[in-house]
Design a protein around this ligand. Structure first.
Ligand code: OGA
Ligand code: NI
Length: 349
């Protein structure tokens, strides 16, 4: 089936007069859609100033490392506070995102994703008649390294967009290595083990998500359940509107809004590299009847041409290799994702 570009969900939301088109409706329903019945996840805040600042006492450093370990083993994700990005700067990032989605449709369409490309403005790629669509528009941009940028998709308005997003992603890029080392250390592994497997080149893609208010949130999802095909994902949530949920032991949990925190999760590539010790959590986004929501997910992953697999020292007779080595995982990922299947299953041994 050929790929088609759909009407932006933002436009559908404006004109649908409370009747959501059928292809967004989850027919079999889905459990715990209503936020009221979904418990909040707790105890997974990691203070980066204690984790990385060498002037913090060894005791508080070890305590923070233990918190990271506990969050990762329970959830595969955590919220980072005191990460060095100021509240006003995060507001700037949110503001340029909002200003882009607030532009007139004609202006946004200049950046429309073309067929066979990931980058650009658009929504779900249709791969099957039976696919239930996500209630979200997004702008998808490769943001690092510089030579991967496709500038034709970068909005010229608002004027500050490029500068703010470049600065933001440069800061996240600096965070990547210390973070992935800390993840190895908190598991009592050699601190460079994941970094060596991942390779020095870090690719980063930004997915700017816009979720319009939805008249029937009980039957429509912002993003259907998935895990990320990344090494790590760093998410800047909406400052006020909740929506992200994480699955643990077949139970959904709401991710609370902590205004200046970054939500960080393990992705499939790191689950593969860690030979299954670290788990890439399944998550989804629910819709909200009254309020729009925005977020910016930055996907960090290794060079698609590089082959990555479970780190050798994590494979043993007791713990045999769980995953094949992979290359171009993003391609596998998108195919499976659009069909609502788990890409990791494709590379399990
Ligand atoms: C994603 C994602 C969560 C959110 O873009 O992969 O999970 O809160 N986003 O928008
Ligand atoms: Ni995700």
């Amino acid at each position: 089936m050929s790929e088609r570009q759909e009407t932006p969900v933002q436009e559908i939301a404006k004109s649908c007069k409370n009747e959501v088109p059928d292809r967004f409706i989850h027919k079999n329903g889905y459990p715990q859609a209503q936020v009221d019945f979904v418990p909040l996840m707790d105890d997974f805040v990691v203070d980066f100033s204690l984790l990385f600042d060498h002037s913090s006492s060894p005791e508080s450093h070890h305590l923070e490392l233990a918190k990271l370990q506990s969050a990762l083993s329970q959830w595969g994700c955590f919220q980072a506070t005191n990460h060095g990005l100021s509240s006003t700067f995060l507001d700037d990032v949110r503001q340029v995102t909002k200003q882009f989605f607030d532009l007139p449709l004609q202006e946004k369409l200049k950046y429309s994703r073309l067929m066979d490309d990931y980058d650009g403005y658009g929504n779900d790629t249709i791969v099957s008649e039976n696919q239930t669509l996500d209630w979200t528009d997004r702008l998808y941009l490769s943001v690092h390294p510089e030579d991967k940028l496709k500038l034709q998709y970068w909005p010229e308005k608002p004027l500050a967009f490029r500068k703010v997003i470049n600065e933001y992603t440069a800061k996240l890029r600096m965070m990547f290595e210390p973070l992935i080392k800390a993840m190895a250390r908190c598991l009592s592994l050699e601190e460079n083990c994941f970094l060596k497997e991942h390779g020095e080149l870090v690719n980063m893609d930004g997915r700017f998500n816009y979720y319009p208010p939805c008249p029937t949130p009980q039957s429509v999802l912002g993003v259907k359940p998935h895990a990320d095909g990344t090494t790590l994902t760093i998410l800047l949530q909406d400052k006020e509107v909740e929506g992200l949920q994480v699955l643990k032991d077949e139970q959904w949990f709401r991710v609370p809004v902590i205004p200046d925190a970054l939500f960080i999760n393990v992705g499939d590539l790191l689950e593969i590299m860690s030979n299954g010790i670290l788990k890439s959590p399944v998550h989804r986004v629910v819709t909200n009847q009254d309020r729009e929501r925005m977020s910016l997910a930055v996907f960090c992953f290794s060079d698609p041409k590089r082959e990555v697999g479970p780190v050798a020292e994590l494979i043993s007779d007791e713990k045999p290799q769980m995953y094949k080595r992979v290359q171009q995982y993003q391609d596998i990922f998108f195919q499976y994702y659009q069909l609502g299947q788990r890409p990791l299953d494709a590379v399990k041994i």
